[in-house]
Design a protein around this ligand. Structure first.
Ligand SMILES: [Zn+2]
Length: 500
């Protein structure tokens, strides 16, 4: 190994809902997070994301970084060729021009599909190996919801996934991977990935780490093994991403062992036995819209320990799972229930947002709202309201999930419909940050009811202010009823579609 060692790094992440009809183009990455080469340090400085952790680790460990790309965007349909060529292409080109490399530390989601590749990360890693050869140690960091394939495990010596959901350990995950990579580059260890799976599409309580459950049980076991077994370098537990029509979708465990050894495979299999045995466990109660409205009536006003709003989380229209973010099922239910002092974040409807922005603050507007992508998942509704606020939709996120990054809703208006302040946005974005509301002059702490389109990540910022959280499956694209999705490539039989 040279001094300092030269390490290729980058981030190219997307969680692809292959059932979404919305393509994911380079423009979507440009709208969210996209930087190349020398622009990367300034872009990620002060943020909580993996590349910031890589920068810290490189400084501590004395590495020379070869920075390629940093690209991330909201989950949606398959990644288009322009984005693949620009991001994966740039990383591969950087590797090809690098000459001798000592290591690779690359961050990915682990559930990306492109128009050409169902297993995009496996394809990327295979092409990278074609450039750098078989001997350079490759470390990857993954989302806790990665669908890890055999091909990914074959080409990545070190696989290191988040250990929190909500994901608030992104930079620390990069640092954990960096530590093992550094040992590998010095020849102190020889990391090998050992992967196990079962006939499972879901399970592990969807990976939640906010309650004691099968996931936290496995993560505790992983911590213990890493601390006590010299041969076990890392254990990564992935809950998988379900709306992905991929043969190998679903939960996996990867044990990164020091060398090939059947005992590492046995540990991975033992972990997956636990995932299989606990497959029915789900800590969420999913209410339909009528059930949620009824629950609101039954809840006493502000009786909780913290006061604050009841947070209604529509899991099924979560853009963070690739849903369209324009479903009206929940909003319509809230309007019909006549809720007062409520806020709704967000409904993505660029045409409606443009109309409201043009009308201006103080105007009264009547329009058709939401449901434009596919009315099956919540059709357009006719509403009349007052435009309270108009914004450009850009703000600095301050929460533990995306703190330090700029979020973009595009042209945005707050439309007051009855007692509900509805944030009408031009871009799809999971509502994980309080700033989604505060940037538009709405303080969610002061509301009685706050609706967000998110299944779990909202908890990082919203649970501390909520007196109650209700999880809703309103019937939008990211429904928990996977039987409604037309899988073709997924291995069968599988739980919960065929097996009990
Ligand atoms: Zn995730």
């Amino acid at each position: 190994m040279r001094t300092p060692p030269r390490v290729l790094t980058g981030l190219f992440g997307h969680e692809t809902n292959t059932f979404s009809q919305l393509p994911t183009t380079l423009a979507h990455f440009e709208d969210y997070l996209l930087a190349f080469g020398d622009d990367i340090p300034a872009t990620v400085e002060g943020s909580v994301i993996e590349p910031a952790g890589v920068e810290d680790a490189a400084a501590e460990l004395g590495w020379e970084l070869l920075r390629s790309v940093v690209a991330w965007t909201t989950p949606s349909g398959r990644v288009a060729r322009d984005a693949w060529d620009a991001c994966a292409g740039h990383a591969l080109e950087t590797a090809a021009k690098a000459g001798q490399l000592d290591g690779v530390l690359f961050s990915m989601h682990g559930a990306m599909a492109t128009v050409d590749h169902d297993d995009a990360e496996g394809e990327f890693l295979e092409q990278l190996r074609g450039v750098i050869g078989p001997d350079v140690p490759v470390a990857i960091t993954l989302d806790l919801h990665a669908n890890v394939t055999e091909r990914m495990a074959r080409h990545a010596d070190i696989i290191c996934a988040y250990r929190t959901y909500p994901h608030i350990d992104q930079a620390p995950t990069a640092k954990r991977a960096a530590k093992i990579l550094d040992m590998a580059m010095k020849g102190e260890v020889r990391p090998v990935s050992h992967i196990a799976r079962r006939d499972l599409l879901g399970g592990l309580d969807s990976g939640r780490t906010t309650v004691d459950n099968p996931m936290t049980e496995l993560l505790a076991r992983a911590d213990k093994l890493e601390a006590t077994d010299d041969g076990v370098l890392l254990v990564s537990v992935q809950a998988g991403f379900c709306p992905a029509d991929l043969d190998e979708a679903g939960p996996t465990v990867v044990v990164c062992g020091d060398g090939h050894d059947t005992r590492f495979q046995a540990i991975a299999e033992d972990f997956m036995d636990h995932a299989w045995e606990t497959r029915h466990y789900d800590s969420n109660e999913y209410l339909d819209v009528a059930g949620a409205m009824q629950r609101l009536v039954e809840l006493p006003a502000s009786d909780g320990p913290t006061g604050g709003p009841v947070v209604l989380a529509d899991a099924s229209d979560n853009p963070g799972s690739g849903a369209y973010g324009d479903s009206t099922f929940l909003l319509n239910g809230m309007i019909k229930a006549g809720l007062e002092n409520a806020a709704f974040g967000t409904i993505c409807d660029p045409d409606a947002a443009a109309h409201l922005v043009a009308a201006g603050e103080g105007a009264t507007a009547t329009l058709s709202l939401g449901g434009k992508v596919d009315a099956t998942y919540g059709p357009p509704i006719d509403v009349t309201g007052t435009v309270v606020t108009v914004t450009d939709g850009s703000y600095l996120a301050l929460g533990p999930r995306w703190g330090g990054t700029i979020q973009h809703l595009g042209a945005t208006a707050v439309l007051r419909v009855g007692g509900i302040d509805v944030i009408v946005a031009s871009k799809r974005l999971q509502c994980t940050e309080l700033e989604t509301f505060t940037h538009a002059g709405i303080d969610p702490r002061e509301k009685d009811v706050v609706a967000v389109k998110s299944i779990h990540h909202f908890r990082a910022a919203y649970e501390p202010i909520a007196r109650q959280v209700l999880i809703i499956d309103s019937g939008a694209l990211a429904t928990k009823d996977f039987g409604k999705l037309p899988y073709k490539n997924l291995r069968r039989p599988i739980f919960p579609l065929d097996l009990d």
